[in-house]
Design a protein around this ligand. Structure first.
Ligand code: ADP
Ligand code: 5GP
Length: 213
């Protein structure tokens, strides 16, 4: 092979790869209630300035410390379904008796501007997003044990006992979706878990998935 052909071949690969890495990634974090998704997302956002959070819409009532527009957009069923009709959501699902949805525009804007976007969504949402963004990073989070999970949910002091029971009951359905995820992380020590998540996000940028070459 002549030097020119070789140089062109290398340049093409580097150009194609650079273009691919210029786009932001969709990062999905799912797992049972109390497994630590909110905490992990918050900490990741503090440490990685190329990350943005996808603020979901929900019909569930706002709880103690939550901020409308930051944690969620809290909306009525009526407003939620008007937005569904207008096609403003990229996915939506009923979770623990309320509706939740990911708005389309912030996600498109983030990835086009090279930012990675973090989605704390349930397993139905994760499965649907994977169909749309097979190149995304899909992470499932579990607690170290059921005992620790219960302790964490109770100490969070956010949900009443009826809500906690429903959330615990739904775990068995949720873990059946692990097969749709790329990574499984056990959230035992917080710092260690954050280190693992950060490594996953960095290394996934360099991962070749068949279609590239
Ligand atoms: P989720 O968003 O998955 O429902 P949260 O992030 O609200 O879960 O976490 C549930 C509770 O567990 C919170 O009180 C949080 O501070 C605590 N928590 C999360 N991760 C850890 C950890 N690695 N070690 C100890 N406590 C944790
Ligand atoms: P919570 O009420 O504890 O904040 O969230 C309940 C569940 O809804 C969690 O599993 C959370 O990941 C999920 N969830 C939050 N936002 C969305 C969303 O936009 N879409 C979907 N499908 N699930 C969401």
């Amino acid at each position: 092979m002549s030097e020119l052909l070789l140089r062109n071949a290398l340049n093409n690969i580097i150009k194609k790869f650079t273009k691919k890495t210029q786009k932001g990634k969709v990062i999905v974090i799912s797992g049972p209630s109390g497994s630590g998704k909110t905490t992990l997302c918050r900490e990741l956002l503090k440490r990685n300035k190329n990350l943005v959070f996808s603020v979901s819409y929900t019909t569930r009532p706002k709880k103690n410390k939550e901020i409308d527009g930051k944690d969620y957009y809290f909306v009525s069923d009526d407003k939620f379904f008007k937005m569904v009709e207008k096609g403003e959501f990229i996915e939506w699902a009923k979770v623990h008796n309320y509706y939740y949805a990911t708005p389309k525009m912030p996600l498109i804007k983030a990835i086009n501007s090279g930012k990675d976007i973090l989605l704390d969504i349930d397993v139905q949402g994760g499965k649907n997003i994977k169909k749309l963004f097979p190149d995304g990073i899909f992470i499932f989070v579990l607690p170290p044990s059921l005992k620790v999970l219960k302790e964490r949910i109770i100490s969070r002091r956010r949900d009443n006992s009826k809500e906690i029971s429903l959330r615990l009951k739904n775990i068995l359905k949720e873990v059946k979706y692990i097969k749709f995820y790329d990574y499984l992380v056990i959230n035992d020590d917080l710092e260690r878990t954050l280190e693992i998540l950060n490594s996953i996000i960095i290394s996934d940028k360099y991962r070749l998935k068949g279609e590239f070459l």
